[in-house]
Design a protein around this ligand. Structure first.
Ligand code: FAD
Length: 417
């Protein structure tokens, strides 16, 4: 069986490792210059889940078989950085895949479209398409040339990181946002490495999720490390005074520490912050419009949520704008396939419905989730699967541990005759 895996993040790699163990021939396509490029892009961030939650049984077995020391992978108290996850776990697994003789690992290769033989999207519904191989078209990014391959099973594990949402109210662009989009950072910047961009400059951080507080924490650390220069920050969020919901007796201390910091900063409590860290909180606000006023400065009009009375407007300027308002899946890749997509999350429908049903019982803590089983991984398009972060669409509740369960579920489905 020819299996094509798109994306070599933790979950794409785990799928490839499991498929190779079953003797399938795997092609693993990765857009980035390195395997796990998205994790490499946030390598400076410390994970909030400890090692034992970030590795799979199969992955550990492979590394043990390669003679590696796997003791750290059982740790419930060590929290790796993105870089440590790549260097200690994902790179060695990619090395195993390359040497296995069953897997072509192609980096700097972007999957751009998937088709099903000569079938048009509306031709032959569902199971009638089974048995016809897929065509995966890709682009070699080092020379701009194109190629295609044929596969019996295609697994889309291309993630969502860096594909940020728009900044305006209701998820649409703020007025003028498209014109300045190249000036907006839509990932978690490595603030300490890019210090000259942030030190002595002003930065607008938009959002109140895990990414936003990670960016704010890094800006605070930058100020601590450089007592002289000011780090000026405007923090804009549609939430109010306590934007972070804490989990009672949170078993993940890193997550709780950031939630506490976020709520303190939102209340204007700067105890614990250095005096050169100057944060202004703009709660209950969203971006109405944004424009460039000189080569180094963006100007924004903020609009208050009209909770009581009419909306009010204010103006701010910043040298940097960091949009940490969530990520969305790129659904273009599988546009010509028969994928039933959720109208709310843009994830595959069966899984999205199961997650939505389960969220009624959940406490809002992503740790409480369970993977809802193999049947929810099925699409109308036979032998096409979306796994990993992308399978959750716009939802940010995904954990690697859940991704490893998804891999096991899809294996179960493709193993079945
Ligand atoms: C900052 C941050 C911290 C996180 N911390 C945790 C944590 O502590 N614990 C936890 O369990 N989860 C955490 N997550 C959530 C999630 O588990 C990770 O994002 C994880 O990396 C998702 O794995 P993935 O393989 O699904 O996708 P990704 O890691 O995003 O990998 C997708 C890969 O696909 C590639 N790609 C994209 N498009 C294409 C294309 N067209 N063709 C070929 N390749 C393509 C990308 O370059 C990338 O390498 C965190 C997420 C972020 C962003």
């Amino acid at each position: 069986m020819r299996v094509c895996v798109l994306g070599s993040g933790p979950i794409g790699i785990d799928f490839a490792v499991n498929a190779v163990a079953r003797g399938f021939h795997v092609t693993l396509l990765e857009r980035g210059a390195s395997i796990a490029q998205n994790v490499c892009d946030w390598q400076h961030v410390q994970l909030f889940s400890p090692w034992h939650m970030n590795v799979s049984k199969q992955g550990k077995q492979v590394l043990e078989g390669m003679g590696r020391d796997i003791t750290v992978f059982d740790s419930e108290t060590v929290y790796p950085s993105g870089k440590e996850l790549v260097d200690t776990y994902l790179h060695p697994l990619a090395e195993y895949l390359r040497k296995s003789g069953h897997c072509d690992v192609q980096t700097s290769t972007e999957a751009i479209a998937i088709g099903r033989g000569h079938f048009l999207k509306g031709q032959a519904i569902g199971s009638k398409r089974k048995g016809t191989p897929f065509t995966v078209q890709y682009k070699f990014l080092h020379d701009g040339s194109y190629g295609k391959l044929v596969a019996d099973v295609v697994v889309d594990a291309t993630g969502t990181y860096g594909n940020g949402n728009w900044l305006g109210a209701g998820g649409i662009p703020a007025l003028g946002e498209q014109d300045v989009t190249m000036k907006i950072t839509r990932d978690i910047p490595n603030v300490l490495e890019l210090r000259n961009r942030f030190l002595g400059h002003s930065t607008a951080v938009v959002g109140s999720g895990a990414s936003a507080i990670t960016t704010l924490n890094a800006l605070k650390d930058l100020a601590s490390q450089n007592g002289e220069a000011t780090v000026e920050v405007h923090w804009i969020t549609r939430h109010g005074d306590s934007p972070y919901k804490r989990v009672e007796n949170d078993p993940l201390p890193q997550r709780d520490r950031l939630a506490v910091l976020g709520n303190e900063l939102a209340k204007g409590d700067s105890a614990g912050c250095p005096s050169n860290f100057k944060l202004t909180y703009h709660g209950h606000q969203h971006l109405h419009s944004i424009r460039q006023v000189d080569p180094n400065t963006l100007e924004m009009d903020l609009e208050s949520d009209p909770v009581e009375g009419d909306a009010k407007y204010s103006k701010i300027q910043a040298h940097n704008v960091v949009a940490n308002v969530g990520y969305r899946p790129c659904t273009d890749l599988h546009r010509e396939l028969q994928v039933h997509q959720c109208y709310a999350t843009e994830g595959p429908m069966k899984l999205a419905a199961a997650l939505m049903a389960a969220s009624g019982d959940a406490s809002g803590d992503c740790l409480q989730q369970v993977a809802p089983g193999a049947q929810t991984m099925l699409n109308p398009e036979p032998d096409f699967f979306v796994i990993g972060m992308k399978a959750y669409g716009r939802s940010s509740a995904f954990l690697m541990r859940i991704g490893f369960e998804q891999v096991a579920s899809v294996m179960e489905l493709i193993d079945a005759p």
